[in-house]
Design a binder for this molecule. Structure first.
Ligand code: AOF
Ligand code: ZN
Length: 370
C-alpha cells in the first residue's frame, strides 16, 4: 500500500473537490488538488472547465508562498504538456513543493507518466496510487477514451416488471414515473453525448436535450453546463429537416452510410461512415465520437439499437428503470438479442447498484465477473 493515513484523508478531500467539476470539465477530466504544509491545508483547487486553469494552479494561487515545502495531493498525475494551459508539473516544481501524492497516472498519451517523472527528476518525492480506485471513478469516460479509443457507454432502458417497453399497438407513454424521468434528465446532463436511432426519431419526434426545469431538485445546475451532443444513427439517411431534434439549436450529429439529399442547419453535422450488413458500423462510430472528444455516451434507443450495442460488446453499464406495472405478453421487449436456445448462451450481468427512484426501481447492471 502507498501512502499514510494522512495521505488518504487529504486525497479524499482532493476527490471531493474534483467532484465539483464533474458536469463541466468535459472533454477534460475532473481533477482536484490539495496543498498541505505542516498538517494544515494551505491551498485547494479543482479544474472547473476545459480552457480554464488546472486544479493545481488554483491550489497554488491560494497557497502563495506557503506552497514551498508543502505536499501536493492530486487526483490525477500533474500534466507535463503545453495544452490549453502550461504544464502543472512545472508549476509545482517552481512553487517548491517537497512531495507530490497522485491518485493515478494520467492515461492521456501526451502525459502518461511524464508529469511524475519530471517531478521526480527535480528531486521531489513522488507517491502514486493513493485512493486510485476512487479517483478512477471520477473519470470513467476520460479514461475510456484515452485508453480504449471509445467513450464509456451507458445504455438506458425503461420497462415494466415484465420487461415491456410498449404495448402491442406501440403506446408507451409513460411507463416510468415523473421522478425516473427527471433522473434521466440528470443522466443526460452528465454525458457528453446521447444517441438514438432514426426509427425512434421518426416515431416519437424527441428533442433529446437537457431541460433544466425538469432536473431533479437535488441537482445544482452549474454555470458552465452544456447540452450533450445528440447523435442519431440514420443508416439509410431517412431523416429530413423540421424535426424537434434538429430544430433545437444545440449540436447534433447524424451518422449514416450515405449522403443526405438536403441541407441541415449549421448546428447539425453529418458523418458518413462504413456499413456492416447495411447498418452503420458501431465500432467505427464509437471511434469517431472518441475523435470528437466524447468521453461518455448514453444510449437512449429502442430494443433493436440497444440490443446491437450489447451484441457488439459496446457497453459498460445498463441502467434499467423498472416500473411496478405489468404490460402483458404481447408488448414489445426491452432488448432484442438473437434467438437463444440454451441457458448457457444467456448473457449474464451483475447488479452494481439497485435503488428506488420515486415509484420505480433503477437497476445498474455491469458485466458478470467470470
Ligand atoms: C492536470 N490537472 O486539473 C487537469 C489535467 O487542454 P488542457 O491544457 O486543459 O489539458 C488537458 C489535459 O490535461 C487532459 O487531457 C488531461 O491529460 C490533463 N488534465 N491535468 O494536471 C488538471 N484537468
Ligand atoms: Zn495540468
Amino acid at each position: 500500500m502507498n501512502g499514510s493515513q494522512h495521505d488518504y484523508s487529504f486525497m479524499r478531500r482532493a476527490i471531493e473537490l474534483a467532484r465539483r467539476g464533474r458536469f463541466t470539465t468535459r472533454p477534460n477530466p475532473a481533477v482536484g488538488c490539495v496543498l498541505v504544509r505542516d498538517g494544515d491545508i494551505v491551498g485547494e483547487g479543482f479544474h472547473p472547465k476545459a480552457g480554464e486553469p488546472h486544479a493545481e494552479v488554483f491550489a497554488l494561487r491560494q497557497a502563495g508562498k506557503r506552497a514551498r515545502g508543502a505536499t501536493a495531493y492530486v487526483t490525477l498525475e500533474p500534466c507535463s504538456h503545453y495544452g490549453r494551459t502550461p504544464p502543472c508539473a512545472e508549476a509545482l516544481i517552481k512553487a517548491g513543493v517537497s512531495r507530490v501524492v497522485a491518485a493515478m497516472v494520467d492515461p492521456n498519451p501526451q502525459v502518461a507518466g511524464r508529469g511524475l517523472s519530471m517531478i521526480k527528476q527535480a528531486g521531489i518525492e513522488v507517491v502514486s496510487g493513493v485512493l486510485e480506485a476512487q479517483a478512477r471513478q471520477l473519470n470513467p469516460g476520460f479514461i475510456s477514451r484515452m485508453s480504449r479509443g471509445r467513450p464509456y457507454i451507458r445504455i438506458k432502458l425503461a420497462a415494466s416488471m415484465d420487461g415491456r417497453t410498449a404495448l402491442a399497438n406501440g403506446e408507451s407513454k409513460w411507463i416510468t414515473g415523473a421522478d425516473a424521468r427527471r433522473d434521466v434528465q440528470r443522466m443526460r446532463l452528465s454525458h457528453g453525448a446521447v444517441i438514438t436511432g432514426a426509427g425512434t426519431v421518426l416515431a416519437d419526434n424527441p428533442s433529446m436535450n437537457v431541460r433544466p426545469e425538469q432536473l431533479p431538485g437535488s441537482v445544482d445546475l452549474p454555470a458552465h453546463w452544456s447540452q450533450p451532443l445528440r447523435v442519431v444513427i440514420d443508416g439509410q439517411a431517412r431523416l429530413r429537416p423540421g424535426l424537434q431534434l434538429t430544430e433545437i439549436e444545440s449540436p447534433v450529429l447524424l451518422a449514416s452510410t450515405q449522403g443526405y439529399p438536403c441541407d441541415w442547419p449549421e448546428h447539425v453535422a453529418c458523418w458518413q461512415g462504413p456499413a456492416v450488413a447495411g447498418k452503420v458500423d458501431l465500432h467505427a462510430l464509437m471511434a469517431e465520437l472518441s475523435q470528437r472528444q466524447i468521453n461518455t455516451l448514453m444510449v437512449e434507443a429502442g430494443a433493436t439499437l440497444a440490443g446491437a450495442f450489447v451484441q457488439a460488446g459496446l457497453w459498460d453499464e445498463i441502467i434499467l428503470y423498472q416500473a411496478p406495472k405489468m404490460m402483458g405478453s404481447d408488448g414489445h421487449g426491452v432488448l432484442n438479442l438473437p434467438q437463444l436456445t440454451a441457458m448457457s448462451q444467456v448473457p449474464e450481468f451483475q447488479f452494481k447498484d439497485v435503488r428506488r427512484v420515486g415509484a420505480d426501481l433503477r437497476l445498474t447492471l455491469v458485466r458478470a465477473e467470470s
